[in-house]
Design a protein around this ligand. Structure first.
Ligand SMILES: [Zn+2]
Length: 96
C-alpha cells in the first residue's frame, strides 16, 4: 500500500507502508481518492510540526471502500463506499 509521508522541512515522499488491521469499532478503508486540505498545507509548511510525528502520513480527507471491519462494527460491511469525516481519532493509514 502506498502513502504520502511528510518528513519535515517541506519534504514529502511517496512510499510503501503496511496496512493496519482494524481494532474493535474500527474499519479499514481502501482509499480511492484523497484531497489536500488546509491542514495538509499547514503540515507541509511546518506550522504543525509540534503536533505531528515523523514521518507523518498525510491525507485525512478521502473516499474509498471498506476493506475490513473490526469486531463490534455493525453499521458498515466490506464493500461499502464511504467518505471520511475527520473530526475524531484516526489511526493507521490516515492522519490527524
Ligand atoms: Zn482537512
Amino acid at each position: 500500500m502506498k502513502a504520502v509521508f511528510y518528513e519535515g522541512n517541506q519534504k514529502i515522499r511517496v512510499g510503501q507502508c503496511a496496512p493496519v488491521p482494524p481494532k474493535a469499532g474500527e474499519v479499514q478503508i481502501k482509499v480511492s481518492y484523497a484531497g489536500i486540505c488546509g491542514t495538509d498545507l499547514h503540515i507541509f509548511h511546518g506550522h504543525m510540526d509540534k503536533r505531528v510525528t515523523f514521518p507523518q502520513v498525510m491525507g485525512h480527507e478521502m473516499s474509498g471502500v471498506i476493506q475490513e471491519v473490526g469486531e463490534t462494527v455493525t453499521d458498515f460491511v466490506v464493500g461499502d463506499h464511504v467518505t471520511v469525516r475527520t473530526s475524531g481519532l484516526l489511526r493507521g493509514m490516515s492522519s490527524l
